[in-house]
Design a protein around this ligand. Structure first.
Ligand code: SF4
Length: 328
């Protein structure tokens, strides 16, 4: 069932208390993910992508970080009402996360086989021997010989380590996999291999996925839907094809214009003018207004709500206030 909701986030607000003031990392964010879908979560560094993911998992670093408001439903259950121990059992068995740097997830002094085995034993009532056999199979699934189960992380290359992390994440067959820039730390050819593997595994295991990235190329490869995030909020949400055919939000347009065109002789990239907002001092109204070439007086006053511009395609921008399909 592709359109049944798996994850639904409403009005999520997450803040960090710092010496420089309150960081408004995520502000009233709404988001949905259907069963079996892969959602690309795209934006610049500091836009709130990772914080949102940590919020879903209730891993926002405390005491500085805090979920100040909102709701997160996973398969209809309110995750924010769960206790720490309930969340712990959901993590891994139903939701798994892959981080950018595999070394933050792997323990350097435990063999890779034991690390996969440990994860399996946390969630499945099977013997150690059976779990080890399953761990070897998981290594094979991600393209590593099962016989290498007794090697340590340092004996593997960066791309292989990320494959081990993927094996750990998938070993309990989670319903939702959140991948935070999983290929950024790898070199380009390895990136392509890991992405191909994730695509294959997504189909094989029918796992839904949130793919956090700043790279529209990665989204084009693997995602069904895309949420563009700016200043801690989703500013455009659309099926991938619709977004790539016609991006509506001025920030999304800017992102697409800043992709280098290899056929063009132009030697300068069209970067978006201005700087991302300071999260301790967010602009009033639309967070993009200080950089927006189309900003109007009201843009600085009130935050634009969501307007529908096509089937399943929404944009938070006053340019689309009165029109279903085009600018006012
Ligand atoms: Fe630009 Fe206004 Fe739209 Fe914001 S709401 S993106 S400032 S036109």
């Amino acid at each position: 069932m592709m359109d049944e909701k798996l994850l639904e986030i409403k009005n999520l607000t997450i803040q960090y208390k710092t010496d420089n003031g309150i960081v408004h990392a995520v502000e009233n964010l709404d988001l949905e993910l259907g069963n079996g879908e892969t959602l690309g979560f795209v934006g610049e560094t500091g836009a709130g992508k990772t914080t949102t993911a940590l919020g879903i998992l209730q891993l926002v670093p405390e005491p500085a970080g805090r979920i100040v408001g909102g709701e997160i439903f996973f398969k209809g259950e309110d995750l924010l009402a769960k206790s720490k121990s309930e969340m712990k059992s959901i993590l891994g068995s139903k939701i798994a996360m892959i981080f950018q740097d595999p070394m933050t997830s792997l323990n350097p002094v435990i063999t890779v086989g034991e690390q996969i085995q440990e994860m399996i034993l946390l969630h499945e009532k099977i013997s150690k021997e059976e779990a080890l056999e399953k761990a070897k199979k998981m290594l094979e699934v991600v393209g590593i010989q099962g016989s290498r189960h007794d090697e340590y992380p340092h004996q593997f290359s960066g791309g292989m380590k990320q494959r081990v992390v993927i094996a750990i994440a998938l070993s309990c067959n989670p319903v939702l996999l959140i991948a935070d820039e999983p290929t950024t730390a790898l070199d380009v050819t390895i990136q392509a291999q890991v992405l191909d593997l994730m695509k294959k595994l997504k189909d094989e295991f029918q796992t839904s996925m949130v793919m956090i990235t700043h790279d529209l190329g990665v989204v084009a490869e693997i995602c069904d839907k895309v949420a563009i995030i700016y200043g801690g909020n989703v500013v455009e949400y659309a099926p991938k094809e619709a977004l790539y055919t016609k991006p509506y939000h001025p920030y999304t347009e800017g992102l697409f214009n800043s992709i280098p065109d290899l056929d063009s002789e132009q030697d300068r990239l069209n970067v978006i003018d201005g700087l991302p907002p300071d999260p301790t001092d967010m602009p009033t109204g639309c967070a993009f207004h200080p950089r927006c070439p189309h900003a109007m007086a009201k843009c600085a006053k009130e935050r634009p709500p969501k307007f529908q511009v096509g089937e399943g395609h929404y944009v938070n921008c006053y340019l689309y206030e009165k029109s279903m399909n085009g600018r006012v």
